[in-house]
Design a binder for this molecule. Structure first.
Ligand code: CP
Length: 292
């Protein structure tokens, strides 16, 4: 695998291979990669989890990480993404983790650069390493995906996490249901009543309302959204005993889920963040080895 840009590119066996490798890293520690590799993290949209966990994984793999700050780069002078990547290629970078606001930004790069591209999130498109760490967290809990009922609730249309997870979970045999205001369902079928689905779900995944991607102001206040579409304490009591709560972060306490649920016993939200380091190490290793 020279690049990882979308969950659509991965077979079931490839997904399992990455999860298995992350499992080894989690159990026995992240091993340094033999050889010398230069990598950089190009984030043109804000990030805490993805950027920092990639950087943690890169350091533990023994990679040379060159810092890049979009707000202090020549992008501000009008340099395009393509020219930025070609510049870093010329300087000797082997792999780039890129987050960009444009859907499918990677199409202009693949086959036009020798640099490996790992997608850290493209607009409302894909977020493959988030999906892989979500899958890893679900597999840790349930052992497999076949027949699992996964409910994804929130701003589906603007969510690269929803899109990546829908592709991957269905490929792995899970049943995926979306819950959201009808106008936020995008290309998916959705439900809008929690009572229809909460009692059957093994995984309840909440998503943030991405106001920054909305063209019109939301008709919801934080409170009205929470009451209609959020995971309230009352709804959480209707969950199966073994069901888990997930959220890719960043979360808005009291909006998409009740404040008290974020660190409750059924929540795996901080576990997801912990697992992100092992998944990103496994992806970096697969991509860098795939270059040889
Ligand atoms: N989940 C996620 O992508 O978080 P960040 O935006 O903080 O990277």
């Amino acid at each position: 695998m020279k690049h990882l840009v979308s969950m659509k590119q991965l077979t079931e066996a490839e997904i399992m291979g990455i999860l298995d490798r992350a499992d080894v890293f989690k159990k026995y520690g992240i091993r340094e990669l033999p050889g010398k590799y230069f990598v950089s993290n190009l984030f043109f949209e804000p990030s805490t989890r993805t950027k920092m966990s990639f950087e943690m994984a890169e350091r533990q793999l023994g990679l040379d990480v060159l810092p890049f700050e979009a707000s202090f780069s020549s992008v501000l002078k009008g340099e395009t993404l393509y020219d930025t990547v070609k510049t870093l290629e010329a300087i000797g970078i082997n792999a780039l983790v890129i987050r960009h606001l444009e859907d499918n930004y990677y199409d202009q790069l693949i086959n036009r650069t020798s640099v490996s591209i790992i997608n850290g999130g493209d607009g409302s498109g894909q977020h493959p390493t988030q999906s892989l760490l979500d899958l890893f967290t679900i597999r840790e809990e349930f052992g497999s995906f076949k027949g699992l009922n996964v409910l994804i609730a929130g701003d589906i249309d603007h969510s690269r996490v929803a899109r990546s997870n829908a592709d991957a979970l269905k490929k792995l045999g899970a049943n995926v249901t979306f819950l959201c205001p009808t106008e936020w369902a995008g290309e998916f079928d959705s439900v809008s009543e929690w009572d229809e689905v909460i009692g059957q779900s093994d995984v309840v995944m909440l998503l943030r309302v991405q106001h920054e991607r909305h063209e019109e102001e939301s008709v919801f206040t934080n409170n009205s959204y929470h009451e209609q579409f959020g995971l309230t304490e009352t709804r959480a009591k209707m969950m199966k005993e073994h069901a888990i709560i997930m959220h890719p972060g960043p979360f808005n306490r009291g909006v998409e889920l009740a404040d008290s649920l974020i660190e409750c016993s059924q929540s795996r939200i901080f576990k997801q963040m912990e697992n992100g380091v092992f998944i990103r190490a496994a992806v970096l290793e697969a991509v860098l080895k795939g270059r040889n």
